[in-house]
Write a new protein. Structure first.
Length: 92
C-alpha cells in the first residue's frame, strides 16, 4: 500500500495557474484593443505597467524569502488587480 503525499503547491505553481486565467483574459483584451481610442489604450497600458511592476517586485521578494507572507499577499492582490483590469477592459 502506497501512502499519498500531498505537497502544497509552491509559489511558482500557483502563479502559473493564475497566469493561465490571466492569459485567457489578456487574449480577449488584445482582440478588442484595436477598437480603443489612443487615450483608452494609454490608460490600460499605464495601469498594466503599474500592476506588472508590483507583481515583479513581489516575485523578487519571494525569490529572496520564499516564506514571506506579506510578499505573498501582495503578489495575490497584484494578480487579482491584473485580472480585474483585464476583465474590465475585455468588453470595451
Amino acid at each position: 500500500m502506497q501512502a499519498e503525499v500531498t505537497a502544497t503547491p509552491n509559489i511558482n505553481d500557483r502563479v502559473w495557474q493564475r497566469q493561465q486565467v490571466i492569459n485567457y483574459w489578456n487574449q480577449r483584451v488584445e482582440l478588442n484593443k484595436a477598437r480603443w481610442s489612443p487615450e483608452m489604450r494609454a490608460t490600460f497600458d499605464r495601469n498594466m505597467m503599474v500592476i506588472d511592476q508590483a507583481v515583479n517586485q513581489s516575485l523578487n521578494e519571494l525569490t529572496k524569502n520564499p516564506h514571506d507572507e506579506v510578499s505573498e499577499q501582495m503578489l495575490n492582490e497584484s494578480l487579482n488587480d491584473k485580472l480585474a483590469l483585464l476583465k474590465e477592459f475585455s468588453d470595451l
